[in-house]
Design a protein. Structure first.
Length: 173
């Protein structure tokens, strides 16, 4: 009886997966390290970004893009950040009980051969922070939030850039 159920289950799974074969979905990194997207991402030079948040975002981008030292870049990624820390959630004694840290990035992917802007977009993320009686703990929470936001914004940027490079690779001959 179990063999019949297992066979029926396999048949149902196979029947349900057949429509997915023709949907046109393709892996982002088709071809692995030799694929168009991976080669494009490794040819991006990240310009210096101002401030501590800029340092964190740039390092997160460099970790994800893996631009090889000494090679000639094909693209340049320019990023401008807006880092805001605002207090809200006032308590009865007029002290702040909660803060919100927002990190927004406007970025442009520039083709260095033609100086054309291939992508002009924004990314952003925010985090809530509890303000407690210990100033040290609050400052540590603010810094941790900034580090996490930098990684999140960098991931959004790399995903958008990879999609743009994939689109460009699909349209080029």
């Amino acid at each position: 009886m179990r063999i019949v159920r297992a066979g029926a289950f396999r048949a149902v799974v196979l029947a349900c997966s057949l429509p997915l074969a023709g949907c046109g979905l393709q892996p982002m990194y088709a071809g692995g390290g030799d694929g168009a997207v991976a080669r494009g991402l490794s040819a991006i030079q990240v310009a210096t970004i101002e401030g501590r948040a800029g340092w964190l975002v740039r390092n997160a981008l460099l970790d994800k893009l893996s631009f090889p030292e000494g090679s000639a870049p094909r693209y340049r990624l320019d990023v401008r950040l807006d880092d805001q820390l605002e207090a809200f959630g006032l308590l009865r004694d007029d002290t702040v009980g909660r803060e919100r840290r927002t990190l927004r990035a406007r970025y442009q992917l520039v083709d260095l051969e033609t100086d054309a802007i291939l992508l002009d977009a924004t990314a952003g993320s925010d985090a809530g922070i509890d303000v407690i009686s210990s100033d040290y703990a609050t400052i540590a929470a603010e810094q941790t939030a900034l580090e996490n936001l930098a990684k999140d914004v960098a991931s959004q940027i790399v995903t958008d850039v990879a999609l743009q490079l994939r689109k460009g690779a699909a349209t080029s001959p």
